[in-house]
Write a protein that binds this ligand. Structure first.
Ligand code: KDG
Ligand code: MG
Length: 408
């Protein structure tokens, strides 16, 4: 069997998505998610101009060999564009292999280790009453673990807080609002550090000690600030504190870890196992946050998670709305199969996205399941996709009060 064509489909139903569709000479197709939020067309070009010509005529069964060939023959290593492109090829080939086997993909990864993947939803509020309402709404939707993000007094707009409560509690991150230039937000770490512990106290007082609560620091603190926040949040028993520092500097986590027992999650902007080497070997984190789609696909993320498992570090696969339903399905198959599963992020896509991507995953009693269709269980409606052309969109960025650019 040979790969006879590979097409890159860019569509923007509720937000921009890039999808790779690989077709074999026997007419079997596989899908891979190549979406890189805010830099979508770079991956589309990498695939169309540099990868698709290399795929034509190859044996679709040779997943590991194709991965190594694309990684090593590029000469230039790593990076989000390269690794997103390789991930899309990898996932599409797994989709084809599982369809040919007549099995849902998780069966080829070793079969189910659990009934479903515990998912966390995103509650947010501009003040505490609005946040508590948002938590209630998520509990009613069936979530059994909830991320808490809040506005900070004195700041106009803060990451992770819905501009307005969405229909059915759903909201999209920027740049779903699709601004032609990056929106500028303001930031003040000291105000945030003063405000956040009181917010968690209010949530615990309202919902009790058992509900798993998460929080995303979104790369904004120095190591000593992160250490203080982790320590201040200890009474509220977080499931995790995510991205407390920009983790390019892996050694910084030694300092954070030596001051707090709040569990730490990191990695949504990482793209290879090398970004985790110190973090995993020295047990400086508790959860691996990488997306299947930005880390070289199932083949590569599985290896990172197997490495993590030796240190009792678990998965927390990235699942915001900028991961397409194809990328989400890949994550769910991995979640179901691996032993060291921790939790799965689940943000819920908008209604137009469901018109373009026909999905078969379910959300029942707080657990996600990828379904039992052969392959990934997602089909792309190309006519529907064509109705939603690409719209340029940027992520926002932050400045401090004196005008200095800060991490967003
Ligand atoms: O593209 C950026 C988003 O994926 C990111 O801001 C979402 O931090 C995020 C999360 O934890 O979902
Ligand atoms: Mg995050």
């Amino acid at each position: 069997m040979k790969i006879s064509s590979a097409d890159v489909i860019v569509t923007s139903p509720d937000r921009n998505f890039v999808t790779l569709k690989i077709t074999t000479d026997e007419g079997v197709t596989g899908l891979g998610d190549a979406t890189l939020n805010g830099r979508e067309l770079a991956v589309a070009s990498y695939l169309r101009d540099h990868v698709v010509p290399l795929l034509l005529g190859r044996d679709p069964h040779r997943i590991e060999d194709t991965w190594q060939f694309l990684y090593r023959s590029a000469y230039w290593r790593r990076g989000p564009v390269t690794m997103s492109a390789i991930a899309a090829v990898d996932v599409a080939l797994w989709d084809i292999k599982a369809k040919l086997a007549g099995m849902p993909l998780y069966q080829l990864l070793g079969g189910a280790s659990r009934h479903g993947a515990l998912a966390y939803g995103h509650a947010s509020g501009r003040d505490v009453p609005q946040l508590l309402d948002s938590v209630r709404e998520h509990l009613e939707l069936g979530f059994r673990a909830i991320r808490i993000q809040t506005a900070v007094p004195g700041l106009n707009k803060v990451y992770g807080v819905a501009a307005q409560p969405g229909v059915d509690g759903r909201y999209d991150y920027e740049p779903a609002q699709r601004t032609p230039l990056p929106v500028e937000e303001d930031w003040d770490t000291r105000a945030y550090l003063r405000h956040l512990p009181g917010v968690f106290e209010a949530v615990r007082n309202e919902f009790g000690p058992a509900l798993p609560l998460l929080h995303d620091g979104h790369h904004r603190m120095t190591p000593i600030q992160a250490a203080r926040l982790g320590r201040d949040l200890e009474p509220y028993d977080l499931f995790w504190l995510e991205d407390c520092t920009p983790a390019e500097n892996q050694e910084a986590l030694r300092l954070v870890r030596s001051h707090t027992v709040t569990p730490l999650a990191i990695g949504e902007v990482f793209n290879t196992v090398w970004d985790y080497q110190t973090l995993i070997r020295e047990q400086l984190i508790d959860y691996v946050r990488s997306a299947v789609t930005h880390t070289g696909g199932i083949t590569a993320l599985r290896k990172v998670l197997d490495f993590a498992a030796q240190y009792q570090i678990k998965s927390g696969i990235h699942g915001p709305t900028d991961i397409s339903p194809v990328g989400m399905a890949a994550a769910l198959h991995l979640d179901l199969a691996i032993h060291n599963f921790g939790i799965q992020e689940y943000m819920r896509h908008g209604p137009r996205t469901a018109e373009v991507f026909r999905q078969s995953f379910t959300f029942t009693d707080g657990l996600l399941h990828p379904g039992d269709q052969p392959g990934l269980g997602v089909e792309l409606d190309e006519q529907a996709a064509a109705r939603f052309p690409y719209v340029p969109a940027y992520l926002p960025y932050s400045r401090l009060h004196d005008g200095t650019v800060h991490d967003w």
